[in-house]
Design a protein around this ligand. Structure first.
Ligand SMILES: [Zn+2]
Length: 151
């Protein structure tokens, strides 16, 4: 597997979900589905329904490349968890209880986690001089090092 193959996988996966920042999905929290406020009222504390960008892989885990719409309350509840960690948390279950129709299905949140992981892998492959990872096809065509061993 090389950088081009990783980028191809990332683009294909991204194409399946589209760009939520370019359509109306940006108006509701992906996690709990509530309609979000675009701006906090002047002079008031930030409301829990304020729109934020949640980092699918937290900045603390070298993510920060992919964000999804999240209300301030869900973003705070997720904290420094990655999406898979958050999906397994009590906080997530509590915040999903109202089953708002605009909350993203759990499979879509997992798909976003996969896209973020592919993006991170592409970045690493492009910046690190790591050895190329062998694919299943490479392994099948490689000679078996133990096949000709003399006993
Ligand atoms: Zn929310």
């Amino acid at each position: 597997m090389d950088l081009k193959q990783l980028e191809k996988l990332h683009q294909a996966a991204t194409g399946l979900l589209g760009d939520w920042w370019q359509d109306d999905r940006r108006n509701w929290c992906a996690y709990c589905g509530i309609p979000m406020l675009k701006r906090a009222p002047q002079g008031a504390p930030q409301p829990p329904t304020l729109a934020t960008r949640d980092h699918v892989i937290p900045k603390a885990h070298h993510g920060g490349l992919l964000t999804i719409p999240s209300c301030k309350a869900c973003n705070a509840a997720k904290g420094t968890m990655s999406v898979p960690e958050y999906l397994e948390s009590e906080n997530f279950k509590i915040r999903r209880q109202n089953k708002h129709k605009h909350q993203w299905p759990e499979y879509a949140l997992w798909a976003v986690a996969g896209i973020a992981a592919l993006k991170r892998a592409s970045v690493l492959a492009s910046t690190n001089a790591l050895p190329r990872l062998k694919t299943a096809a490479d392994r099948a065509s490689a000679p078996n090092p133990t096949a000709n061993r003399i006993r």
